[in-house]
Design a protein around this ligand. Structure first.
Ligand SMILES: CC(C)(COP(=O)(O)OP(=O)(O)OC[C@H]1O[C@@H](n2cnc3c(N)ncnc32)[C@H](O)[C@@H]1OP(=O)(O)O)[C@@H](O)C(=O)NCCC(=O)NCCS
Length: 373
């Protein structure tokens, strides 16, 4: 097998069609110490639930010395990794791992890093950038609950196969939310301008009386916009200083609370719930108050931007552009070539802002709720 999985993860992915057939599937097979090999160290940082690439040593006598496995890491213990590849579930001896890393979702169409990912794959990635404390899977669907804090964290993400017939899957979701005393809400993605009725789950929900947007203009059509970190203008000597903090500070949280309603406890959990995040801010030189903020979620190959907000008294002075330039610099320097964000199409100012920085629409989604909710 050619190709080095330690090279640009957003570039070509290893060939999933050339998996070896003699994958070890029992506890036997390694005579190395169980817990502190290079393979253990290399695989300790992999994230369960993420797509990973693992370069794996083959048995002596095999024609090739190593092969690459790519797929979702479903489990890890002291000795083994379990990876679901496209073709099969494989059990890999950690001591026999030569290189490993989390990688971005696969390319499903041609184009640069921010365009070639499919809508469903990007949705699944984005769900990891805004993680509800209470969540469950239903096949590929992701059910989320967070005390009413944001639609994203309180809706069922409709992607892929729910593993049940659609009507039964919707029944299941309705029960899941009823158990939490919450109204069911569905997040339905599709290609730009898609019609809800053309998606089987959307048609079934309309049939049950759900409405797109659930009566809220800002939920009717949300744009997922993407761009290349390298295309965002660089910071200049004139740019206001931007602070990037891995910790959520009370001051950042308080400023965030000026832009939207928060749910104490839950908001902090969601804001800090990703595998990695940075809290960006710009401070007014005179008042020393924060006047611009954003949150950057860290993913393999992708950065997500959330909660961008500038104090109304300080708008149209380039503060948001400066924050996004700083975020893009962090992204470029940390192997995140692509950036995503979500903005309601009703927020025409917000959309105009992102367009001014070169971001384009990747896909749309809508929320479906019953009118009474
Ligand atoms: C959108 C927002 C972040 C922009 O912040 P800002 O600091 O004023 O933005 P900038 O000064 O960096 O604007 C850069 C460019 O974006 C575009 N832009 C920004 N605000 C705009 C508006 N209200 N209408 C049209 N274009 C706008 C312009 O092209 C602008 O350049 P210009 O001022 O030279 O014409 C701010 O209006 C805001 O906080 N809105 C509420 C929250 C929000 O909508 N966030 C974004 C959605 S995720």
């Amino acid at each position: 097998m050619t190709g080095d999985p330690t090279q640009d993860p957003a570039a070509e992915t290893p060939d999933e069609g050339s998996l070896p057939v003699d994958v070890p599937t029992s506890d036997e097979g390694s005579d190395r110490p169980a817990t502190d090999t290079a393979g253990h160290l290399l695989t300790a940082g992999l994230t369960i639930g993420n797509r990973v690439v693992v370069r794996y040593r083959l048995e002596d006598g095999s024609q090739a010395r190593a092969t690459d496995f790519i797929g979702e890491l479903v489990a890890r213990n002291d000795d083994f990794l379990i990876v679901d590849t496209k073709k099969q579930r494989v059990k890999l001896i950690r001591a026999d791992v030569i290189a490993a890393k989390d990688v971005p979702p696969p390319a499903s169409r041609p184009g640069p890093a921010h365009e070639r990912v499919g809508a469903d794959d990007l949705e699944v990635l984005m769900a990891k950038g805004w993680v509800a404390p209470d969540r469950a899977g239903l096949g590929d669907w992701v059910l989320r609950s967070a005390g009413g804090f944001t639609g994203r964290a309180n809706s069922a993400l409709v992607v892929g196969d729910p593993s049940l017939p659609i009507d039964k899957a919707i029944d299941y979701v309705e029960r899941w939310y009823a158990e939490r005393d919450a109204a069911p809400l569905f997040q339905l993605p599709g290609e730009p301008g898609f019609a809800v009725a053309d998606v089987p789950a959307g048609a079934a929900l309309l049939e049950r009386g759900y409405v797109a947007g659930g009566g809220r203009a800002d939920w009717d059509k949300v744009l997922v916009m993407t761009g290349l970190a390298s295309a965002v203008p660089a910071l200049t000597t004139e740019s206001a200083p931007v602070t990037a903090d891995a910790k959520l500070s009370p001051e950042w949280l308080m400023t965030y609370g000026r832009s939207r309603s928060v749910v104490p406890g839950v908001t902090e959990a969601v804001l800090t719930g990703s595998d990695g995040q940075l809290f960006l801010s710009v401070r007014d030189e005179t008042t020393r108050q924060l006047v611009g903020i954003a949150r950057l979620a860290i993913h393999p190959g992708w950065a997500g931007l959330f909660g961008l907000w500038v104090d109304p008294a300080h708008r149209r002075r380039g503060i948001a552009s400066t924050i996004v330039s700083a975020a893009a610099m962090v992204a470029r320097e940390n192997a995140m070539p692509a950036i995503y964000l979500q903005v309601s199409s009703a927020n025409t100012d917000g959309v105009a802002f992102w367009q001014s920085l070169g971001f384009g629409v990747h896909h749309d989604y809508t929320y479906l709720a019953r009118p009474s909710a």
